[in-house]
Design a protein around this ligand. Structure first.
Ligand code: HEM
Length: 500
């Protein structure tokens, strides 16, 4: 099947709305993309009959009035046109994503620049110049539809490759590490990142008690509270797979793999002050920037690179390479260029093409597998559960998710042929090493970056409870006594600032 067919089915036949409902929607949304043969747009599969009434405004055939007893009489319960119109309106939205709720989409293509045949048998990575269509969704991890784009957050950067072997989804974040290393803690962490359940307001104690409770989140703290946490343009962010995956080649050799996207236009971030100012000026600035750029006919481009590791190395390293609170040293595991992505098309129907995009790290093709990364193992099944809940059991037949001849047997089973034996248990990893990489990250910053980090931490931590402050400061002490001291001093400054 030509890959472009995936896209050809996106428009038209999107839902079996009746012509009456389409007219209703067309009235509300002049640029509606729900087609109806009543106003000479695209024909529907089985056109329903149009009612014989005429709208005084448009002069078009329409249901314009509810059915009543006389002109001023009550509306009839039997008015099925009214019922359908209102019910269609009520049910017309898709449930929001549980995480990464606010987002933006773009489309284009990916082409392989370097053969990865030595490392993976994935069909679309075998030879230079192989090209596949892509859909990308950028998002804010802890968000609702009203979250300002520039506020401190993790940005999602997910890519769907429509390959000849099936759909491959690569879900990335714009920061390389995660807060925790075991999926069972995710609901708790998300509750710490969410507004208070009492009053729906952000609560510094909820946020900072996350960093007090999970010392493994200290490395993430260094990334999240640096200026990398505040983003103005999605055209200038990196993307990281965060979780460690496995590549398997045709000879059956397996390697661990970490994914990296690099923006070809360069990386750009803003500081907290500018982020807060822009949040008021234009809360949707990064979505607008992406859309307007592509609408002008310009492209957004990223390079995909991977780091590969022999699984045997895990025994020699001072940290666990499957621990997603860690990065891999790029001098030991160099970045190998794989290919480039070009985004050149905006969505023309956000609800159908972006909101209903059901991205799932389990959408793999032979040659791409899961590793034993405990977060990735938790992610292996939860996305399809979320999507069944959000989009319904038929979500794989929504045009943007559809792939030809899909059946459950199309799912790749990771690790076939591996021999594993061991005692069943609930334990942490043997070498958690929560602070070494946090120190390395802090020491890599310039003086200005160190100062901004301390300022960003202190301006929030000052509003947490004293016991939470004490524990977080003790973690910072282990990263760098200088950092802890600077944060302490900044907190005194903020505490004394009038109007807080
Ligand atoms: C065990 C840990 C995790 C769980 C349980 C989890 C769960 C979820 C769920 C339920 C969604 C919403 C899916 C939907 O409704 O379509 C989601 C979205 C997402 N997750 Fe995770 N997640 C986890 C960790 C991660 C990590 C480590 C990353 C880093 C790459 C990540 C990246 C994303 C992205 C980018 C999206 C948005 C996808 C989109 O744009 O539709 N998640 N996650």
């Amino acid at each position: 099947m030509d890959n472009n067919e995936y896209f050809q089915s996106e428009k038209g036949n999107i839902r079996s709305t009746t012509c009456r409902q389409n007219e209703q929607m067309n009235r509300n949304q002049p640029q509606s993309s729900f087609p109806c043969n009543c106003n000479n747009s695209k024909p529907m599969a089985s056109p329903p009959p149009c009612p014989n009434t005429t709208s005084p405004q448009t002069g078009k055939s329409d249901v314009y009035h509810s059915q009543t007893v006389g002109v001023r009489g009550p509306v009839l319960v039997q008015d099925t046109a009214l019922h359908e119109t209102l019910e269609t309106f009520v049910f017309s939205t898709t449930l929001p994503r549980r995480l990464h709720t606010k987002g933006y989409g773009a489309f284009g293509y990916f082409y392989t620049t370097h053969s990865m045949r030595e490392y993976t048998k994935a069909g679309f990575l075998q030879a230079p110049n192989q090209r596949v269509p892509v859909a990308v969704r950028f998002s804010l991890a802890a968000s609702n539809q009203g979250t300002p784009d520039t506020l401190r957050n993790v940005r999602g950067f997910s890519t769907r490759f429509y390959t000849d072997e099936g759909i491959v989804d690569l879900l990335c974040n714009h920061l390389p590490v995660f807060f925790i290393r075991d999926a069972i803690n995710v609901p708790d962490v998300i509750s710490h990142l969410s507004p208070s359940p009492v009053n729906n307001l952000p609560d510094p104690e909820r946020l900072w008690s996350l960093f007090a409770k999970y010392p493994e989140a200290t490395n993430m703290m260094m990334w999240f509270f640096s200026d990398l946490g505040t983003v103005k343009s999605l055209r200038h962010i990196k993307g990281y797979g965060v979780s460690t995956y496995v590549w398997q080649n045709a000879q059956g050799v397996r390697r661990y793999v970490k994914y990296h996207w690099f923006p070809l236009a360069g990386e750009k971030y803003i500081d907290q002050q500018e982020a807060q100012w822009l949040a008021c000026q234009d809360p949707n600035i990064s979505g607008r920037d992406l859309y307007d750029w592509i609408a002008k006919g310009k492209t957004v481009e990223y390079e995909l690179c991977v780091q590969l590791m022999n699984p045997e190395d895990a025994k020699l390293l001072p940290f666990d390479p499957l621990d997603d609170t860690k990065v891999w040293d790029e001098t030991m595991y160099p970045l190998l260029p794989v290919g480039r992505m070009v985004l050149n098309r905006n969505p023309d129907n956000y609800a159908e093409q972006v909101e209903k995009l059901a991205l799932n790290p389990a959408n793999l093709v032979p040659g791409l597998e899961f590793s034993d990364d405990k977060i990735l193992q938790g992610r292996s099944f939860i996305y399809s559960d979320a999507q069944r809940h959000r989009l319904g059991p038929d979500y794989r037949n929504i045009p943007v998710n559809k792939q030809p001849n899909w059946s459950p047997a199309s799912m790749v089973s990771s690790g076939n042929g591996r021999y594993i034996a061991g005692e069943i248990m609930r334990e942490g990893i043997p070498n958690p090493d929560n602070f070494t990489q946090a120190t390395q990250r802090y020491e890599s910053f310039s003086d200005m970056e160190k100062n901004n980090l301390a300022n960003n931490i202190a301006s929030g931590l000052v509003d947490a409870q004293p016991n939470t402050q004490r524990i977080v400061l003790s973690h910072l002490e282990r990263v760098s006594p200088v950092l802890a001291e600077t944060v302490r001093n900044q907190m005194l400054f903020f505490a004394g600032t009038p109007g807080r």
